[in-house]
Design a protein around this ligand. Structure first.
Ligand code: ADP
Ligand code: MG
Length: 270
């Protein structure tokens, strides 16, 4: 059974950038990896596949919405470093519910035995709203990592994700592994929230032109670094995160703050 890890965080915070690089880091450690993009924006995996692959929702439409007719080869595409990639997708902008396909797809993969075929499965999920479909990966994942930066909005989103984990953990084995601080050198607000909700900062990743350039050119940092030794050190945080996730990390139960308590906590800081 694959070790399933869900990466949550607010939109634009760096989830997909970080997830694709962690996916390659796991692969370099000999693991068979599947990354599942669960953002209706369907731009999670292109740095692995170098293109926007057909989404489950698009393939489903071709099969007149019969899930049982879908072949896994239609939705799983092998990318850089042999990482398998899939995008769930979503309805056209302005129509329908963004999360509806996530639950159905996760069940489809379970029925097809996909979870036994990989060592690691990474879910990359938009966490601005953790309702319905967007929370289904919490029923399968062992660990959740939340990407944030040292600001109010991403930590507000993080706390709401922690509330969802806390709720799901009463029924499922899911645990918060910790926060990943992205694009920040000052981590004072992140530390404050970690202390209050009783979790760890797994890693902090600096703002970097190379990370931005890699993503803009449709590659992971690892692929860019494979052709430029001067970039190798930038891959190290991702290798360390992968190592940490494989070390059976201890995760205590997290205690979410109410929205108002979080507001007060962060305002005290100013
Ligand atoms: P999300 O998946 O959370 O919506 P993305 O991973 O798509 O966010 O990142 C949003 C943008 O931020 C991308 O253009 C990406 O290149 C950039 N980005 C993410 N992390 C960093 C970083 N550490 N340094 C510089 N740019 C970054
Ligand atoms: Mg994304």
């Amino acid at each position: 059974m694959a070790l399933m890890i869900a990466i949550y965080g607010k939109g634009g915070i760096g989830k997909s950038t970080i997830t694709t690089n962690i996916a390659v880091a796991f692969s370099q450690q000999g693991k068979k990896v599947l990354q599942i993009g669960c953002d209706p924006k369907h731009d999670s995996t292109f740095p692995l596949t170098h293109k926007m692959i057909p989404t489950v929702v698009e393939v489903l439409k071709q099969h007149r919405f019969h899930y049982e007719e879908i072949a896994l080869e239609e939705i799983i595409h092998v990318g850089y470093a042999h990482v398998s990639a899939m995008e769930i997708g979503g309805p056209p902008a302005g129509v329908g519910c963004g999360g509806y396909a996530i639950g159905d797809t996760i069940q489809l993969l379970e029925k097809a035995g996909t979870y036994e075929q990989y060592d690691i499965i990474l879910f990359d999920i938009l966490g601005d709203v953790v309702c319905g479909g967007f929370s289904v990966p919490l029923q399968y994942a062992k660990y959740v990592c939340i990407v944030c930066t040292n600001d109010f909005d991403s930590l507000f989103a993080a706390n709401r994700i922690i509330s969802a984990i806390s709720e799901k953990s009463t029924t499922y084995p899911v645990r918060l592994c910790g926060l990943i601080g992205n694009r920040c050198s000052d981590t004072s607000l992140i530390e404050k929230v970690c202390n209050s909700v009783q979790c760890n900062t797994i890693s902090t990743i600096n703002d970097s032109n190379e990370i931005r350039n890699a993503r803009a050119s449709g590659q992971t940092l690892f692929e860019l670094a494979a052709n430029d030794n001067a970039l190798t050190h930038l891959c190290e945080p991702f290798l360390r995160i992968a190592d940490y996730m494989l070390s059976d990390p201890e995760c205590s139960s997290c205690v979410p703050l109410t929205d108002r308590d979080l507001f007060t906590l962060l305002m005290e800081h100013v």
